[in-house]
Design a protein around this ligand. Structure first.
Ligand code: SAH
Length: 352
């Protein structure tokens, strides 16, 4: 298959070298090209002045730097930018498969420069959690490694990226080969530390155990959402029948193997999974494990029956986890006025 963008060529060094050579360039020009685009973030051929003009002019004709187009974007008051990116559909080049990428500038109070980039891994999602907009229409296809890289390059064009969360549309462990290829390149050539990259997954135990020994280890977040097996079968349908204990044991294995504490994510659905009994059972199950909990108050998505809990209820849940000896933080989502819940921009575009 011939590559259609420069980003795709970055994953095939032999093809990149051949393209450069056939245009009159020298082998070391491949390194310069990588340094300019991946290292320095240069996003137009005109600015790559250390490459011969004829090589640039010729590459430009056949290889746009990114394979995606920005189809829509929204900027919230706090400067969180949500991009709707369109990738050529493999069946019909005239059509676009869309995903969302979100650039979230760090709060200055935290003293960290840069932004967190939230990245998608699939077009749609096969897991179909009932509270999530991303899985509404199921899975269309996996993203290729260069399409994941494209999101980093498009995000970095907005502003410096200091962290990334693989928490956009899709389930990363169901497309892990491409995710891993992309993140390795991001780690090695965009210079983002593995500690600064968090993979968020529903936690298929076998897959977690297979990935844990890989170097370098990424940070891990597992979407748990309830301490009760029967309820999890409803909230995370694709994992129906997998006991929570197996997921927690795989989480323990991750910690033992990588030395990195994991995060359990818990979307708080008012009146559904935010009772005292939920908090105390979750606290008991996690007590003594090397982990922390990130509570995410439900972000309303259209046509959903779930409720967003009130601030006091969220705080009560957090406090009872702390009482049980489990560190818990609350993630009040940023940029709520502009369709904060992931998958909403895409859903809205599809409805149009
Ligand atoms: N597929 C991955 C990444 C999902 S997005 C995963 O399941 O972990 C990151 C987190 O946001 C997940 O915990 C997911 O369950 C949660 N989430 C999805 N929709 C949400 C919504 N409407 N409100 C709050 N959290 C939501």
């Amino acid at each position: 298959m011939t590559a259609r963008s420069l980003s795709e060529l970055f994953f095939d060094p032999a093809a990149l070298a051949a393209e450069i050579e056939s245009r009159g360039g020298r082998p070391f020009h491949a390194r310069i090209l990588r340094e300019q685009v991946l290292g320095a973030g240069i996003m137009d051929y005109d600015s790559m002045t250390s490459l011969p003009g004829r090589v640039r002019d010729s590459l430009r004709v056949d290889f746009p730097i990114l394979s995606c187009r920005e189809l829509d974007s929204s900027v919230a008051q706090d400067q969180t930018t949500k991009l709707l990116l369109g990738f050529p559909s493999p069946e019909d080049q005239g059509r676009h498969d869309t995903v969302e990428t979100v650039h979230i500038p760090s709060l200055r109070a935290k003293g960290e420069a840069g932004a967190t980039l939230c990245v998608s891994t699939q077009v749609g999602c096969p897991v179909a959690c009932p509270f999530c907009a991303s899985g509404r229409a199921g899975l269309s296809r996996n993203l290729a490694a260069h399409e994941i890289l494209d999101q980093f390059l498009a995000g970095r064009a907005i502003g410096k990226i200091s962290r990334s969360v693989i928490m956009g549309i899709g389930e990363p462990l169901l497309n892990f080969k491409a995710v891993d290829q992309a993140l390795r390149l991001v780690h090695e050539e965009l210079g983002l530390g593995a500690r600064k990259i968090t993979l968020s997954t529903v936690g298929f135990p076998d897959r977690l155990r297979a990935v844990a020994p890989q170097e370098p280890p990424f940070q891990l977040a597992i979407s748990l959402h309830t301490p009760f097996d029967t309820e999890r079968d409803v909230l995370v349908p694709a994992m129906k029948g997998t006991p929570i204990e197996e997921i927690l044991e795989a989480g323990d294995f991750w910690f033992e193997t990588t030395g990195r504490e994991i995060t359990y994510e818990y979307v708080l659905l008012g009146g559904t999974n935010d009772s005292r009994e939920h908090a105390s059972t979750l606290g008991r199950r996690l007590h003594g494990r090397r982990c922390n909990v990130n509570l995410i108050p439900f972000n309303p998505v259209s046509d959903s029956d779930y409720n967003r809990p009130r601030g006091e209820e969220v705080e009560e849940f957090r406090a009872s986890l702390e009482e049980a000896g489990v560190v818990a933080t609350v993630r009040w989502s940023r940029g709520l006025e502009s369709d904060a819940a992931c998958g909403q921009l895409r859903l809205r575009a599809a409805q149009r």
